[in-house]
Design a protein around this ligand. Sequence first.
Ligand code: C5P
Length: 401
Amino acid sequence: MKILLIIGGGIAAYKSLELIRLLREREAEVRAVLTEAGSSFVTPLSAAALSGGKVYRELLDYRSEADFSHIELARWADRIVIAPATANLIARIAGGHADDLATALLLASTSPISFAPAMNVQMWLKEATQANVRTLRSFGYSQFGPAEGPMACGEFGPGRMIEPKEIVRELFARDKRTDMAGRKALVTCGPTREAIDPVRFLSNRSSGKQGCAIAVELQRRGADVTLVAGPGVNARSGALKVIEVESAREMLDAVLATLPCDLFVGAAAVSDWRVSKVASGKIKKGKKQQELVLKFVKCPDILRTVARLESGRPDLVVGFAAETDDVVENARRKLAAKGCDWIVANDVGAGTGVFGGEHNTVTVIGRGGDARSWPRMTKQEVASALCDFLAGEFSDECAPN
Ligand code: C5P
């Protein structure tokens, strides 16, 4: 694949050198174009040394015109990647400018173009930038990132360029119709019900829709999926193997009986507590009784159990963290406590309508601390984006059995 890399002028430009190296490892032919600001951050010499070729800078450089004009460069590329894509570069592209080599060749190109935004948090969040990004997407550009995390400017939030290896992963993404083929996946979803007596139980508002959507999407992409579903979940879908359970204990038993698997997604809202002793008959209320005291004990933690298995641990263990406050911070803590590889944090606070609704707003957080927040999407779209991401996580070395 012939990849033309446009390096904009941001501090993340140093990562572009690593990107060139990784692309060449994949046997891509790489040519680099440095914007004027880009060449303040990386030298043409280092980009040339790593790419093994000439680096292009000037629109009206008679030497490069003789060699490769903006039109020829545009024609040469199978794909164009802009990394880092700064706020200014994005704005100029959105405005259709052609006053330097990068913008001129982008206008002249008919190849697929991807951009990896990189800028300060506030610049990223500004309506002007967001509008320009939407414009690029409406042109058909693929957007890679940005990620969320500490930034060179000392601030924290979205705006960091995603890592070079993730850009490579996106560029070489396998066919989405089959990228989970050969994988065995186990997904939990829905609430659990913890009996209090033969007629009453403790449960929660989970509908199981997000977990079901993930299971269906994994299966659509070729995985062999078992869904362990709590009560009240509508999980009938094609060839999905569904095990219906009631309590956390039953869910754990079903999960352990289904292992081993390559991927475990714990999307169920498992009850944390169950009564220490389930009454054998219906608990009656006494005539003068004003209070009922129940003693609760902890339910097994299914995610933690699977994530900490000493043998037969799935290659990828993904948890969910439904939070109402400090969503990302609490999810980070949970990820560490459970020992999973990724955690999908979602805000279920009042007014979000997540429980039982069709939409979800999630942040995916990794063990290494990187986080990416996705815009509000339907649960089906979240499932699809999560599967894109997980397919990339299964590295080439970890081929399906
Ligand atoms: O601890 P908390 O319930 O907030 O953690 C949420 C994550 O842990 C979810 O992925 C959920 O499926 C999982 N979990 C579990 N067993 C429990 C409690 C939660 O597997 N008893």
